[in-house]
Design a protein around this ligand. Structure first.
Ligand code: SF4
Length: 294
């Protein structure tokens, strides 16, 4: 990966970004890779030396690492911090680095630190549940010790006290413990097997030159185009529609003084966050279609 410094940040930041990242060792996949889109996983591997990331876009990841480092110092005698476990399933080596394991007489509690925006805390993130259950599988499989609880410790970077008082469902403090559903060992293993299957298909397609599995709408963080019926000069929509014809009917019913506004959809991950978008034919085909207005 090539790290650029377009905004001329101090060299310290570039040095930190260039630090050797931890290694998965002999593992084929890490827990987070197992959950990722197989297209992203394969393209990242193929174009690793050409992927360009600006250091300014790595700030939250650098701060996240710093937070982990500081919290490590709060370790107790019954805490195991930043332990990477490895296990094998269906011929695949799987590894996961677990932020914190709290060892009780009855078993192990697993915590994972996340440095996130408030949106992530207020909306369900199924991938957190999946990631922690892979860790739970690793702990029980490797250590033969039962896992009793899972939790995300979310540090909410854009939290503010005014919203905490006025907005429903808003986190009540800057750091929130979110309990996570613990699946049975059988469910965990079935889930991991399914993900291995998904990743194997990506690997096979890359090796044989076939088309890589396509990213799903969820994986692309797709927001569909919407049609808003609103008052001329107004901001808020009277009604929102996924279907253009339905929106046109609603416009007729709304009567004089109303207009139809097209709110263009987007594949947010592709356009702003995916490190391999430059190398992805699924995304270039989408852009071409958009340009041609189809
Ligand atoms: S650019 Fe979009 S479609 Fe392509 S790999 Fe990235 S997320 Fe998937």
């Amino acid at each position: 990966m090539i790290i650029t410094n377009k905004h001329n940040l101090p060299q310290t930041f570039v040095n930190v970004a260039n630090r050797p990242s931890y290694t998965k060792g002999k593992a084929h996949v890490s827990a987070t890779e197992l959950l990722n889109s197989p297209r992203i996983v394969q393209l990242k591997k193929k174009y690793d030396e050409q992927i360009t990331v600006d250091v300014s876009d790595m700030i939250w990841s650098i701060i996240g690492t710093a937070i982990h480092g500081v919290l490590e110092q709060g370790k107790d005698e019954n805490h195991i911090v930043e332990q990477r476990l490895h296990a094998e399933l269906d011929g695949w080596h799987i590894s996961g680095a677990i932020d914190l394991q709290i060892v009780h007489a009855s078993g192990v509690e697993i915590n994972d630190y996340k440095n996130v925006g408030v949106w992530s805390v207020m909306n369900e993130k199924i991938e957190w549940e999946q990631q922690l259950n892979i860790y739970a599988w690793l702990v029980e499989h490797v250590k033969k010790t039962p896992v009793t609880n899972l939790a995300i410790i979310a540090i909410v970077r854009d939290w503010n006290s005014r919203d905490a008082e006025t907005r429903q469902g808003y986190p009540q403090s800057q750091v929130v413990t979110i309990p996570v559903n613990l699946w049975s060992m059988e469910e965990r293993e079935t889930f991991i097997r399914n993900r291995i299957h998904v990743q194997s298909e990506g690997l096979f397609a890359m090796d044989t030159g076939e088309v890589l599995p396509l990213c799903s709408a969820t994986e692309m963080w797709e927001k569909p185009t919407q049609y808003a019926v609103k008052k001329e000069g107004g901001v808020r929509a009277k009604s929102l529609h996924a279907d253009k014809e339905e929106a046109e009917e609603a416009l007729l019913k709304a009567g004089k003084g109303y207009i139809l506004e097209t709110r263009e959809g987007d594949r947010t991950r592709c356009s702003r966050f995916c490190p391999v978008s430059k190398f992805c034919d699924q995304y270039s085909a989408y852009l071409e279609e958009k340009q041609n207005g189809s």
